[in-house]
Design a protein around this ligand. Sequence first.
Ligand code: CTP
Length: 412
Amino acid sequence: MSATATGPLGGQRILLCVGGGIAAYKALELVRRLRDAGASVQVAMTAGAQQFVTPLSFQALSGHPARTTLWDSAAEQAMGHLELARWADRVVVAPATADLLARLAHGLADDLVTTLCLATEAPLSVAPAMNHRMWRHPATVANVALLRSRGVQVIGPDDGPLAEGESGPGRLSEPDAIVDGLAGAPAAGRTPATGLLQGLKVVVSAGPTYEDLDPVRYLGNRSSGKMGFAVAASAARQGAQVVLVAGPVQLETPPGVQRVDVRSAAQMREAVAAALPADVYIGAAAVADYTPRAFSPDKIKKTGTGETLALDLVRTPDILAEVARQEDAGLKLVVGFAAETTNVADYARQKLEAKRLDLIVANRVGVPGAGFESDDNAMTAYWPGGERDFPAAPKVRLADGLVELVAERLGA
Ligand code: CTP
């Protein structure tokens, strides 16, 4: 069950906030339906919600650990709550209890869920669920009116039998009805039919390559693939048909992206060639510059090699330069990356020229909080006659900026 760009919520990033009511169990099914509809889903739970359903269930269904508190340092390190709030294209609160609606209406930020809802700029949808007397209480009526006046989408509640044996309005809408409601409302930054790269094919390479020495050893590098994956995801959100050629990384395939997994530079070259022709090539992979001259089918033993071991390495073909030279690939824009520790601008411009690129994105590696394994980065893009700085930001945001620049350069 993976997200696809084709469903009614294709490619959308949905943050589902689960409130503490008996209907919380229906939120499990909602995760499933949201993903079936093409969305990627992350879940945040109130303390009350955890009394009804376990975070583990949401993790299993969403494919991401469910967030339960502001004070979890491990979860914060993986993705800070503000980043999660920025990540979302829309935020959905289901079930939204009377208490949660009140706290949202009055802008409280006294737990993870309300903080996320206050911090996000994404559109908010709420699916209320509560006892019918609570739903009709003037306080709740006023809170819902206040939320609506701020543009919050209110889905449901349904009328019918309630948990306590009573009947009336207060039932959480069925998951399918919630998905339908969401599909009919705009999400943040969504331009499905008029994306900046609508109708274009984009090939992105990402991650490291591993060059095998023998059956147990390889030469590799510390590229995480996060930047390339973020670029592929962003291009897909902008309507491009995206092929992502990925070296060995532990990352989820972005929604709507066709992924081809490879290991070595030679395999990456082949997969990229097979993915062409295309309109845009973005070489974000950290391709090994050298590979062992020969693969040793037997494990290399230390006996007999003395104190030192010299490896016989040969240059790998420069995939990016090859692609840029290829006349019949239909390419309108070829984009390279340069990871440098010094003289960033000089080296980047040299590579732009030497490899005959249209655009190169340079970043400084070896500084804390940026580069290969980090979620954040800072970079500068250079093209003949111009440059643009991208100050430090999460890679997902930088990728959006880069894709906008790609669209601009295509139109230039
Ligand atoms: N690249 C490639 N094939 C290679 C090597 C690099 O396609 N065999 C691409 C990368 O995807 C990236 C850019 O080239 O877009 C990086 O340029 P490169 O000159 O390889 O950078 P470095 O390895 O950092 O080079 P140097 O060590 O000379 O700085």
